[in-house]
Design a protein around this ligand. Structure first.
Ligand SMILES: C[S@@+](CC[C@H](N)C(=O)[O-])C[C@H]1O[C@@H](n2cnc3c(N)ncnc32)[C@H](O)[C@@H]1O
Length: 212
C-alpha cells in the first residue's frame, strides 16, 4: 500500500486556489490531461524553493501547470524552457502562462523531447522530465550533459502505476516497452557514480537525482 491509497493521507492535501486551481480543474474537466498530482506538485515546489535554480528545463509541458508551479515556487527562477510535442497543448500552455503573467520566464519550445535535448547547449540547474516515458533511457546522456555539478534531474511517473515494480513480461503487451525502458533508465541512473539518486513515493513515483 502506498500513501496515495490512503484516504487519510490524500485528505491532508490542500486544494489549490487561483490560477493553479483553475488550470488543475481545466485539466480534469472531461479531458483527463495528465498533469502532476498534488503531492508531486508540493515536492517540486519544495525542491525549487530549497535548490533555488535560476534556469530550469522541462520536458512535457501539457497545459503549463507544472512549469507555472515551478516558476512561482521561488523568485530565484529566472527562466524555464519547457518542451511539448502536441501543437494544441503548446497553444493552451502559452495562453495559461500569459494569464499567469509568466511569459517573461516560461518559454514553450514546440518539438520532440529527445530531439530538442540533443540540440540544446549550455546548462540548466534543474531538469524536470515528464514527457514520453520510453524516451528517457536514450535521453539520459543529453540530460547529464545539460546539468552542472549539483544540478538536479527530477523524473515523474517512474513507478508507472506500479507496473515498474514487476518484470516487463507481467505487464499488458502495449505497456511492456515503456516498463522495460523505464527500468533500464532507472538502472542507468542508479548505477551512475556521478549521480546520487532516490525515488520518492509521491504521485506516480518521483525520481530525484543530483549530479555529483
Ligand atoms: C504528463 S504530461 C505533462 C504534464 C505537465 N508536466 C504538468 O504536470 O503540468 C506529458 C506531456 O508530454 C507530451 N509529450 C509526449 N511525448 C512527447 C515527446 N516525444 N516530446 C515532447 N513532449 C511529449 C504530451 O503531449 C503531454 O502533454
Amino acid at each position: 500500500m502506498s500513501l496515495s491509497d490512503s484516504e487519510f493521507f490524500t485528505g491532508l492535501i490542500r486544494e489549490r486556489k487561483g490560477i493553479e486551481g483553475k488550470i488543475r480543474s481545466s485539466a480534469s474537466d472531461g479531458r483527463r490531461i495528465p498533469i502532476i498530482r498534488d503531492d508531486t506538485a508540493t515536492l517540486l515546489e519544495i525542491l525549487v524553493s530549497q535548490k533555488k535554480p535560476e534556469k530550469i528545463l522541462e520536458f512535457g509541458t501539457a497545459i503549463g501547470y507544472s512549469a507555472i508551479i515551478m516558476a512561482k515556487a521561488s523568485d530565484c527562477v529566472k527562466s524555464i524552457d519547457t518542451v511539448e510535442i502536441d501543437p494544441d497543448m503548446v497553444i493552451e500552455a502559452r495562453k495559461n502562462i500569459e494569464n499567469a503573467s509568466l511569459s517573461n520566464i516560461i518559454h514553450v519550445i514546440a518539438g520532440d523531447a529527445a530531439e530538442v535535448a540533443s540540440c540544446l547547449s549550455g546548462s540548466y540547474d534543474m531538469i524536470f522530465l515528464d514527457s514520453a516515458k520510453s524516451q528517457y533511457v536514450r535521453m539520459y546522456e543529453d540530460l547529464k550533459r545539460l546539468l552542472p555539478k549539483g544540478g538536479l534531474l527530477v523524473c515523474d511517473n517512474v513507478i508507472y502505476y506500479g507496473k515498474v515494480y514487476d518484470e516487463p513480461e507481467n505487464s499488458p503487451h502495449k505497456q511492456r516497452t515503456i516498463v522495460a525502458n523505464m527500468r533500464d533508465f532507472l538502472k542507468q541512473m542508479f548505477e551512475d557514480e556521478e549521480m546520487r539518486s532516490v525515488i520518492a513515493d509521491v504521485g506516480d513515483g518521483l525520481a530525484i537525482s543530483e549530479k555529483l
